[in-house]
Each structure stands twice: as structure tokens, then as C-alpha cells.
Design a protein around this ligand. Structure first.
Ligand SMILES: C[S@@+](CC[C@H](N)C(=O)[O-])C[C@H]1O[C@@H](n2cnc3c(N)ncnc32)[C@H](O)[C@@H]1O
Length: 344
């Protein structure tokens, strides 16, 4: 059962889709929403918005993007071009798009069969607002050779517009995440591309170059629809936790965030011990710090607030105190925390 064989059997594509389609849909919506809500991405003033989905499969990533962009009030016509070497998967993508037009009005889909392991399809225009690689980079580049992955991403990034973004989302497997983030670090040091996420001010993942206990990834808990739950029940796998890693690359300088401990991405679970809640955060200056909040400062609402924090949330602190040469940050109360992302 190889990468190329599952795309050649209808049953494999459907089995893959039952489990992965809803997850991919949700995680890609998350990442794309971050580009708009937190990173300040703006669509073209007029004319079509163009998306390229590489290793598109049956379309969970690209189609989720169409829907999310409409949800965010983007009114331009949208053109999605989906590339995969599995013709059967692309045929499912076209059918799903055609059968659910109400979800993505004024959008068009074109598909192309192409083996991406060597090159992009010839004549790919340098005109994309978004290029997605959704759980496909590790298959297309077949392995975790950092310089090969960096080279492919550099090549692919040539087809994004100046205002565009290359969005790479990968499963949260340690080796895959490290490879992705090392490749991203390599690219941001050696090319004209900027890292727009997951961290701040163009900085790469600090875990990529160290032996940290953590690897950069999000863990989001969502309740799937009942039909999804039922379809997946026989598998006995958890379908609630979405675990994924991502990077955003663009040509434009990313929008700035405060440098220092006050803006942070949460990169660990929140744990409770000896009267404190604590978690690890990466700050606007890319430093890894421990953040703590004393449980005695919290009322019921405060505890509920902390319970809802998830790995991947971006917080801004209004007040804080630092200890241990700024490696430990104490937050006086939950009132001092503003959740920058996810918004709402
Ligand atoms: C894990 S699936 C992800 C599909 C889709 N992007 C999603 O997120 O649901 C990986 C996809 O990459 C495609 N793929 C793998 N290697 C490829 C290659 N060398 N050229 C083109 N497509 C490839 C597979 O056919 C498959 O559809």
C-alpha cells in the first residue's frame, strides 16, 4: 500500500476521505483563517483570486479554502487549480465541487494530472494568491531530506504573487515537523522569502535547531458532525483532536508583532501543578519561555478561560512579570490575557 497506490483505487480514496477529509477541511480552514485574521493577508482589490493546490487529492484542502474565503467575505471570483498524479482523486474533487455549488458561489475548479516529484506542471503562471501543500509535501518529496524539501519549496514559491502566500500543512509527526521547519528556516535565511508563520517577525521555529522536547504543532479539539463520528466509529481512532504543523511563506515582509514575552504562541499543553497553571510559549522575539498563572488568582470564569486555551493559540499579555532572566513569565490574572488568535 504505497502513496501512489491509494490514489488509484476508489475504495482507498473513499476510506481515506471518510477519516481525513473532515480533519483536513478543519485544519486547513484554521490555517487559512489565521492568514486573514492574524497575519493581515488581503485579497486582490479586483479580479479573480487564484489558488493552486498541489497534491490536492480529493480536494479537502482546496475546497475548504473556497468555503473559508467566502465565509470571510471575500467577493472576488475564485479560481482553484488542483494538481495531483491521481486522476481518480481529481475526479472526486471535481464532483464534490460541482455537487455543492451553494458552498462556494462564483468559483471555478480546474484539475491537472501531473507527477510533482520533479517539477511543477510546465507553464504554471506566476500568479497565485495562495499555493497550498496540504499533507502532500512529505509524499511529494518522499522523505525528510531538509535541503531537498527547501529546494522544492523555493521552486514552488516562484508561482506566488508578491502579496501571495505559500501555505504548507503537514501531519504533526515529529520527523515531518522538524523537516518542514528546518527547511523553512533554511529558506528564510538564504532566499528572499519571508516566514509569516507560525511564529513572529519572520523568525523560524526555535525548536528546529535545538533538541527541545517539543516540536512545532497545533492541537485543536473540535466536535465533528454526527455523520462523521458514525462513519469513523468502527476505526476506533480519535477523531476529535486535530494535530498538524504548518508554515506560511511570502515575498512581502510579515506584519510586525511586539518583540518580547508579551506576544506568544502556545506550544505545549496547559498543565496544572502546585497551585499554578503553566505552559510554554514562543514570544515575539522567538524566545521559548515558561508562562504561569497562579490558580488562587482565578475565579470560575478564570478556570474556564484557561481550560479553553489550546496549543497553537496566540496570546497578547497586557501585564506580566519576568523571573529567572526572563525565562519565566508570571501572568497576574486572566484579565491580563488577550487571545489574538483564534479570534472570536
Ligand atoms: C495525504 S494526501 C493529501 C491530499 C489533500 N491535499 C488533502 O489534504 O486532503 C497526499 C496527496 O498527494 C498526492 N501525491 C503524492 N505524491 C505525489 C506526486 N509525486 N505528484 C503528484 N501528487 C502526489 C497523492 O496522490 C495524494 O492525493
Amino acid at each position: 500500500f504505497t502513496h501512489s497506490s491509494y490514489g488509484s483505487r476508489d475504495l482507498s480514496i473513499l476510506a481515506y476521505g471518510n477519516f481525513f477529509f473532515p480533519r483536513t477541511w478543519m485544519q486547513n480552514s484554521f490555517v487559512l483563517a489565521e492568514t486573514i485574521d492574524l497575519r493581515g493577508w488581503k485579497g486582490p482589490r479586483k479580479g479573480p483570486l487564484r489558488i493552486l493546490d498541489l497534491g490536492a487529492g480529493s480536494g479537502a484542502g482546496g475546497l475548504a479554502a473556497l468555503r473559508l474565503l467566502r465565509d470571510r467575505g471575500i467577493e472576488n471570483p475564485i479560481q482553484l487549480h488542483a494538481v495531483d498524479y491521481s486522476g481518480k482523486s481529481l475526479s472526486y474533487l471535481r464532483s464534490i465541487h460541482a455537487a455543492n455549488g451553494h458552498l462556494w458561489p462564483r468559483t471555478t475548479v480546474t484539475t491537472e494530472r501531473h507527477d510533482l516529484s520533479k517539477t511543477l506542471p510546465p507553464k504554471t503562471p506566476h500568479a497565485y494568491d495562495f499555493v497550498f501543500l496540504s499533507s502532500s509535501l512529505n509524499e511529494i518529496s518522499s522523505g525528510t531530506d531538509v535541503s531537498a524539501v527547501a529546494k522544492s519549496l523555493n521552486e514552488i514559491s516562484k508561482v506566488i504573487k508578491t502579496s501571495g502566500l505559500l501555505v504548507v500543512i503537514e501531519p504533526a509527526l515529529r520527523a515531518v515537523c522538524h523537516c518542514l521547519h528546518r527547511a523553512a528556516a533554511n529558506i528564510s535565511e538564504s532566499s528572499e522569502l519571508w516566514l509569516h508563520g507560525p511564529y513572529f517577525n519572520g523568525s523560524p521555529c526555535p525548536f528546529a535547531s535545538t533538541k527541545s522536547r517539543y516540536h512545532s504543532h497545533e492541537v485543536r479539539r473540535r466536535t465533528p458532525p454526527e455523520t462523521v463520528r458514525r462513519l469513523n466509529q468502527p476505526l476506533g481512532l480519535s477523531i476529535q483532536d486535530l494535530k498538524f504543523s504548518f508554515i506560511l511563506l511570502g515575498r512581502k515582509k510579515p506584519i510586525p508583532f511586539d518583540q518580547g514575552p508579551s506576544v506568544l504562541r502556545l506550544v505545549s499543553p496547559v498543565s496544572k501543578r502546585k497551585g499554578i497553571y503553566c505552559f510554554i510559549g514562543i514570544g515575539g522575539d522567538t524566545e521559548e519561555r515558561t508562562y504561569e498563572i497562579q490558580t488562587r488568582t482565578l475565579d470560575v470564569e478564570g478556570h474556564n478561560f484557561i481550560d479553553l486555551l489550546e496549543r497553537g493559540d496566540v496570546l497578547r499579555l497586557r501585564e506580566w512579570e519576568t523571573f529567572e532572566e526572563s525565562r519565566l513569565v508570571r501572568i497576574p490574572s486572566t484579565d491580563a490575557i488577550e487571545i489574538l488568535w483564534p479570534s472570536g
